[in-house]
Design a protein around this ligand. Sequence first.
Ligand code: FAD
Length: 348
Amino acid sequence: MTSNRSVAVIGAGLAGLSCASALQQAGLQVTVFDKSRGAGGRMSTRRGDGWQCDHGAQYFTASHPDFRQEVARWERAGVAARWAPVVHLIDGDGNREMDVRNERFVGVPAMSAPALHLALDLNVCGGAAITGLARAGDGWRLRTALPGYADTGFDMVLLALPAPQTAALLREAAPAQAALAERAEMFGCWAMMLRYDAPLALGFDAAFVQQGPLRWIARDSSKPGRSGPETWLLHASPEWSQAHLEDDPGVVGVTLLEAFRALDGPAPQAWTAHRWRYASTWPGSTAPYLWVPEHGLGMCGDWLAGGTVEAAWLSGRALAASVRGHLVASSNSTAEARQRKAEGGHCR
Ligand code: FAD
């Protein structure tokens, strides 16, 4: 029914991968493009000389039954596990209390593992930045420097990118959809990866912080399956990060280490700063995905659905279900038209 339809999914974060795998299972010919070499997007892990650290998404929750089932599959495959850290809430006056609210999961042995697992069964082209999109007949043509794909046409194109990158790609080809993406707000985040020679005794594995520039601290080494030296991660707040987005990483690093020191965090042996230009989001739309059947154009991603790993996965699945529904409906109506024609009732 659908096997001859080709789909380009742009973005190999969790939204793109969940969408692509559902469509491939439905029999479509799916190619996933990502500008980075590996899959995972913001579910990512930085590796250095003998160390590793999740510097994007820190953990995920699984509330929706479909996502819980997916996480259970990842647990069985050994690419995700529960993380049960001691979590403190540190308020503006420095008061601390325990946070026992959430069941938390992480990728194993690194946050990128579930995405890499999903990518195994897909045709994912890494190092393939898409720089332009154009309608071509009933389908689409993508502009990319990736050898062999310069002139490939696709019946459908599905964007699984942060909102500003979605807007930039659609501005000429689909201005109405680009305008929707432009309305979604996304905020940056400065991340700091700290390495130590020996474990720290701060009394917590992670903390939500409500004072100064920091919002989140985590002992990456406390996550299951991690190896290498003692590693901690600091995230600055969206407000502070956005105000300092263009600052020099060295200056940012010194400020965030000072804030960590105020919470009893000692100076690390080594550290690395990373700037996320598009980290968190407030959805600019009430629908968790967008599908324009007459153009064979779709969009999914956390910015449409709520800004979390779970929301990104659900958004990709919801878009895939809509595309499949559309293809089934159009194949049924084609079959009915053929039937009517065969019965001679279609014209006068
Ligand atoms: P992404 O993961 O951003 O994937 C988009 C992909 O598109 C990327 O791989 C990118 O390389 C690719 N791309 C972009 N432009 C192009 C182009 N032109 N051509 C080709 N490819 C392109 N969520 C949680 O649930 N819990 C957390 O603790 C948490 N903490 C976070 C902390 C930080 C610092 C950050 C950055 C995010 C955090 N999140 C957290 C959010 C979570 O990571 C995201 O909601 C989720 O990973 C988004 O997935 P996505 O597929 O929508 O987008």
